[in-house]
Design a protein around this ligand. Structure first.
Ligand code: EPZ
Length: 419
């Protein structure tokens, strides 16, 4: 199993380019199931999860080809099965987003329940409730969601009990080909949801309000083809900015829209970072100062993202002062705490909050990744720790970070992959 070996103590300095957003690329790839004509998608990140989604679509009969710029050409005219098997879905819960497009275009879908993961039970009850509201028949048996629609799906006025990103995405896709108008209320506002809607509108969908909590979809008969470029990954960008803050460095990240990172940038400024920005770049310097500890409350967009919680906790472990990190979105997203404690972090867990007392130095240690963002926080901790940190099970990292060791090496870190 691959490991990352990191020798701490060097401030991150230099420039890197941010890759396309994983959490936009995945639903956009699934949405190609709706396209009657060929589609090309650019700026797709080269990640394990993207490979898994392409394998899943390929197993249904979708034809996909990738050029050496990771531009993906997709032709879904040959889909002959509507099945998402457990052995693929268990490695990537986001597979659930094939449910909506399969139902909308083919009137049937058999998708394995994703099951829980390290950060929580991750139910999909709202996805199912939404499909039923659009007129589908849905049963759950033997660990599979079995859905069918004898007639064309029918537009509905649907209120989400809980804000769900992929739930919103699934329903947008299902509603695109439904008869009449669908209104989604209390919808997720994430930029990745908006990117999916922009992509679908490129194919001829009629979606308005994406990026707000009320999304209106006027169903059309069919969707054509087109070309689309995936938006940059705000979580990858935030992760490198936190790394620069923790190591008291100075970096510039390119190909990122700062306006979708307000919550993260304001917390980094509160921690003492000096940040300047342009239309598609952000520069951060600590002026060699130690970061100050900052309180964090994760909540749906535009509040502070849960996907940045572990990274900001890593910053707090070496910051000046005491801070409390409260995780409001997932019930078990503190798996990184015990690993950070092994590196000398002073953290106390109580319910959904973690109190961190900043220490001058962490010490390198062998640690184990448990989920995507927890593993990122351990890599960041390794960048500042005294000595060597070995992060095991880094397949978690590879799911969400394109060429992490290359980008960190580009920023002056001492890091290598040990296969
Ligand atoms: C998406 O997951 C992201 N994944 C996650 O990123 C991210 O952490 C999460 O949104 C929150 O921002 C992708 O976009 C592929 P949710 P998703 O449905 O859609 C509850 C990463 O690190 N809920 O918004 O699965 C759920 O339990 C990953 O890149 C229900 O109760 O998350 C949670 O408490 C990790 N019933 C809350 O909603 C449902 O039917 C938010 O979950 C659906 C969700």
């Amino acid at each position: 199993m691959d490991k990352l070996i990191i020798k701490g103590g060097k401030p991150l300095k230099g420039e890197i380019r941010i890759s396309g957003a994983k959490n936009a690329a995945l639903p956009i790839l699934a949405a190609t199931l709706l396209a009657q004509e060929p589609v090309t998608i650019a700026n797709v990140p080269h990640l394990q999860d993207v490979t898994t989604m392409m394998r899943l679509l390929g197993s249904m009969g979708v034809h996909l080809s990738v050029d050496d710029h990771m531009q993906i050409s997709v032709n879904s005219s040959g889909v002959e099965n509507f099945y998402a098997p457990y052995d693929l879905v268990k490695t990537m819960r986001a597979s659930i987003v094939v449910l909506g497009p399969l139902l909308a275009r083919y009137g049937k879908a058999e998708v394995s329940l994703p099951g829980g993961c390290a950060i929580g039970s991750r139910p999909v009850d709202i996805h199912i409730k939404g499909m039923k509201a659009l007129g589908a028949e849905v049963e759950v048996e033997n660990g599979y969601i079995k859905a069918s629609a004898k007639k064309r799906l029918k537009g509905t006025d649907f209120l989400f009990d809980v804000v769900t990103v992929t739930g919103t995405e699934n329903l947008i896709m299902a509603a695109c080909l439904a008869e009449g108008q669908t209104i989604l209320r209390n919808a997720a506002l994430e930029p990745e949801v908006e990117d999916l809607a922009r992509f679908l509108n490129t194919l001829g969908a009629k979606i308005s309000g994406a990026g707000s909590d009320t999304i209106i979809i006027d169903g059309v008969e069919q969707l054509g083809g087109g070309h689309y470029t995936v938006l940059p990954d705000r979580i990858e960008a935030g992760t490198y900015l936190v790394g620069a803050a923790m190591t008291r460095g100075h970096i510039k990240i390119k190909n990122i829209d700062p306006t979708i990172m307000s919550a993260v940038l304001s917390k980094l400024r509160e921690a003492g970072a000096e940040i300047s920005q342009g239309d598609n770049w952000i520069e951060l310097t600590m002026n060699q100062d130690r970061p100050k500890a900052v309180n964090i409350f994760t909540n749906p967009y535009p509040a502070f993202p849960t996907d940045m919680q572990a990274q900001m906790m890593a910053l707090n472990t070496v910051a000046e002062g005491v801070a409390v990190v409260t995780e409001n979105v997932f019930e078990n997203r503190f798996m990184h705490v015990q690993e950070l404690q092994r590196m000398g972090a002073k953290i106390e867990l109580k319910g959904k909050s973690a109190t961190c007392w900043g220490v001058e130095k962490l010490t390198g240690a062998p640690v184990m990744a448990t989920d995507l963002r927890a593993s990122a926080s351990l890599v960041l901790a390794g960048l500042v720790a005294d000595g060597e940190t070995v992060v095991d099970r880094i397949y978690h990292v590879d799911r969400g970070y394109e060429r992490i060791e290359e980008k960190l090496t580009q920023l002056g870190a001492t890091i290598r992959r040990d296969s």
